[in-house]
Design a protein around this ligand. Structure first.
Ligand code: NI
Length: 167
């Protein structure tokens, strides 16, 4: 399973809207494996979305179990065709992204979300996430719409910071 190259801002391919997954066969399993390996190899890798590796499909992974900040989490979530169906609360927090390696930013996100998605077999699943995991999930789902955290900051002057170190 190779580590895949990550597209970085301002690559226009990051702005595309990803296509639904319809084939739950061996190609999907292989891509999920590659994504997991690529996420684990990245600095601060709590999530990755397929468009970041130039695969324009609705797949993302979230894994907050190895986060620097301990938080309630589901371990590795393989989210295929995910959709947020409920959200509540609002909170500002710092985010980074492998596609914007030189910056972090303060971004407003819901504090709790309910996400419907399919697993690698195509079964419908529901995950209820809160706090940092909810933030990671919203960040990764944004990638499927061609949205980056930089698009969500209130003030590019005050809320974007050069990154000093990873993790
Ligand atoms: Ni990202």
């Amino acid at each position: 399973m190779p580590i895949l190259p990550i597209l970085t801002y301002p690559d226009p391919r990051l702005k595309r809207i990803a296509e639904p997954v319809t084939d739950f066969g061996p190609d999907l399993a292989a891509l999920l494996g590659d994504l997991a390996e690529t996420m684990a190899a990245g600095p601060g890798g709590v999530g990755i979305a397929a468009p970041q590796v130039d695969r324009c499909v609705r797949i993302c992974l979230v894994d907050c179990s190895k986060s620097r900040r301990p938080c309630v989490n589901h371990g590795l979530l393989e989210l295929i065709n995910p959709e947020i169906v409920e959200w509540s609360g609002m909170e500002v927090g710092r985010e980074g992204c492998m596609s914007l390696p030189d910056f972090t930013a303060n971004v407003v996100r819901a504090t709790e979300v309910v996400c419907q998605y399919q697993d690698r077999e195509g079964n419908e699943q529901v995950a209820h996430a809160e706090g940092f995991e909810a933030r990671a999930l919203q960040h990764e789902l944004d990638h499927l719409e061609g949205t980056l955290f930089i698009d969500r900051v209130v003030s590019k002057k005050r809320d974007v910071f050069p990154r000093k170190r990873y993790r």
